[in-house]
Design a protein around this ligand. Structure first.
Ligand SMILES: [Fe+2]
Ligand SMILES: [Fe+2]
Length: 164
């Protein structure tokens, strides 16, 4: 293994955190679907797939450097009976928590002089800037829409069609 033990442990933790984010977003997508928010639900399904992809990238990196992949249990999501705004706020909070974790991982790489992992982690540092920005925009849009939830659906439909 070409990386320190402490780093591979942290990378494994991050793998689980990404699966947890994916699981959480999928639960949010299901709750939103049940509320009739079909487009926002689809948006969260996409987000869940993206988080799973992040987890796969951590697994791939661990394998590349010859470290063991140790998958942990993913906590049960608690998204029952939430409003749209509460769901989006929880998603933003989750992204902020992940950002904190990624920063800790980057700091540990520097403390351990593990420049290979530091370099790998960099795309997640950048990714988190994008993710927090996206969730902040979504929350602002939800706040602007107020009680007019259909406005959120129409806006997202427009955005998703434009971006593909
Ligand atoms: Fe992620
Ligand atoms: Fe994310």
């Amino acid at each position: 293994m070409m990386i320190p033990e402490a780093i591979s442990a942290k990378l494994n933790e991050q793998t689980t955190a990404e699966f947890e984010a994916s699981h959480k977003y999928l639960a949010m997508a299901c709750a939103l679907d049940q509320m009739g928010m079909k487009i926002l639900s689809k948006w969260f399904v996409r987000q869940a797939a993206e988080e799973r992809e992040h987890a796969m990238q951590f697994i791939d990196y661990l394998q590349q450097v010859g470290a063991s992949v140790v998958l942990d249990a993913v906590p049960k999501p608690k998204e029952k009976n939430r409003t749209v705004k509460e769901i989006v706020q929880a998603a933003l909070d989750s992204e902020l928590a992940i950002t904190q974790r990624i920063n800790e991982l980057a700091a540990l790489c520097e403390a351990e002089n593990d420049y290979a992992t530091r370099s790998f982690v960099n795309k997640f540092v950048d990714e988190q800037v994008e993710e927090v920005s996206t969730m902040t925009d979504l929350l602002e849009m939800v706040e602007l829409a107020g009680d007019n939830l259909l406005q959120i659906e129409m806006h997202l439909q427009y955005e998703m069609t434009a971006k593909g």
